[in-house]
Design a binder for this molecule. Sequence first.
Ligand code: PLP
Length: 395
Amino acid sequence: MIAEKMKNMVANSSAIRAMFEEGNRLASIYGPENVFDFSLGNPNVPAPEAVKKAILELLDESDPVVLHGYTNSNSGYADVREAVANSLNERFGTKFEGKNIVMTVGAAGGLNVILKTLINPGDEVIAFAPYFGEYRSYTNNYDGVLVEISPNTVDFQPKLDEFEQKITPKTKAVIVNTPNNPTGVVYSEETILKLAAIMEAKQKEYGTDIYLISDEPYRELVYDGVEVPYLTKYYDNTIVGYSYSKSLSLPGERIGYLVIPDEVKDSADVQSAANVATRILGFVNAPTLQQKVVAKCLNEKTDISFYDRNRETLYNGLTECGFECIKPEGAFYLFVKSPIADEKEFCAAAKKYNILIVPGSSFACPGYVRLAYCVSYETIVNSLPKFKELSKEYF
Ligand code: PLP
């Protein structure tokens, strides 16, 4: 018999995965070119050529015993951690050292390491809806309680009044994700300044430590020259979780890192606990070959122009049909208002046209649907007449 806690997890298991399987089923019936699967955030732009070159060079040049061995520290190779720190310092004017970096098994691994490090049972973790649904599972892994801030559907910046009211003496962490999955919104500097001020004041009021966790797998995926503020500069108690899944199109390789700056409260303890968490969660260390690969590719990123063209075409196509959505500034998602209150019913209607989209309730924001436009340009273009037909059911 499986564990009680897992029974709930299985029952609530991601609607997105189910969609993915449905996409495969429809493709086997109608042919993949006739299925418009916008369900999964799996990049379809290949990793930069430099990644392949780095892998081949590493295999040729390295001592295989070292390259494929356990790392001395569970936090990763010292030279890789240093290279990551230096690259961040160059880009953001920070002062990180290798000891501030923990190499992780993607952003998901990083979030689990840091929540394991920080959360006591019953501690509260705040997330702003709409948010990546796995935050709930990750918090639950450590018997934390996810506290949700309701969505601001005007511009999808966080609702700061509600945030201020919902911080309690039990609040241990706040997760922000910008550029955001599922909205594509980038939180403005003004938002970040206000959020930081609220958190500072609440730490003082309660005499507690409230950690800000910046989950940023989409940092490099921004359009029209939009700037994404680097959050450690705004609030001392900030920990950054980064991933190469989207920036280098390496989601299956499971590589990312945490930044735990010296300014973080009890920084040395947090760093060494994260090192232990990496080991005892069973990751042991982030994949070694991939650590070395990303260290050689720190200035590389995936071809954003491809996503940008998809963004423009899909956004224009859908709004011309009468659908409402805010134009994303980052990531590769479009968050569209369902023309009917029950967005699950709308998703079911879309499926009649072989269009697969994800209900907003998966992101704690019912009444909306998410489209992942990390698909081929042909899929976008060919889907538009189908969206037009779908729109005629409502407008
Ligand atoms: N956080 C957000 C907001 C995501 O959208 C995802 C993946 O889609 C992750 C974390 C997990 O990413 P990774 O593949 O790096 O574990």
